[in-house]
Ligand binder design. Sequence first.
Ligand code: PAF
Length: 276
Amino acid sequence: MSQLVHTRADLARARAALPGRVAVVTTMGALHDGHRANFKRAKEVADSVIATVFVNPLQFGPGEDLDRYPRTLEADVAICESEGVDVVFAPVESELYPNGRTGLSTVHAGPDGEILEGASRPGFFTGVLTVVAKLFHLTRPDVACFGEKDFQQLALVRRMVRDLDFGIEIAAVETVREDDGLALSSRNVYLSEIERAAALAIPHAVRAAQDSPDPLAAAEKVLAAEPGLAVDYVTVRAGDLGEAPDSGPARLLIAANAGATRLIDNAPVQIGDPDA
Ligand code: PAF
């Protein structure tokens, strides 16, 4: 049975009663099989699991989907229960930001927070890292599980934890995909049938990149052939987001809009011939 708590005080009491090593999975709710994979991993790496459910206004820019972001707490708690999550922390905004958001001290991600997602969504990673830091302080986990789907977020959380000495282990969880390859995302519910069909060019581009010694060119070719997608970026970087190597393992990252819905994806790729 998951214990649902809404306040810091109730969370502190629930946290104190948790046995052993504690994992946290931070979420914005609208839970799907991707989150389930995070919970499963959390159960593997810890004795007790806390899930947080909070749609963080600090990481939404003007004109983004803060108001229409799906809020499904009852269903989220049911998913947490079925995955054996011990505590669900679902605060309202005033509980997490009791002094408001104006003039707030924030966590800056450094230069890699300004590229890729950060270039298109100014302030996004400041919002993410700030709330993640607060949730880490409130839940005091030994380990935190993050999906590879948000690869830049995962890399920047890892870096924050290292640079600011949080002393928390970060466990990465592989992206979960629909049968047709589309990466699971809470935002997929926004897609019309036509947009969803166009969105499939993204996993097709990922596949093509993984099968090619020139992953960037292969991905670009597939994406360029889909008129229903507006590509924001397609790039190959090193695993820590640095410049891609001339050859060897790297990461392909893609962001594109299908209609008004922003979709991101990424995957490990190999530059050059692995047998050369
Ligand atoms: O990945 C998400 O759902 C959010 O960015 C996170 C980490 C819960 C912070 O609000």
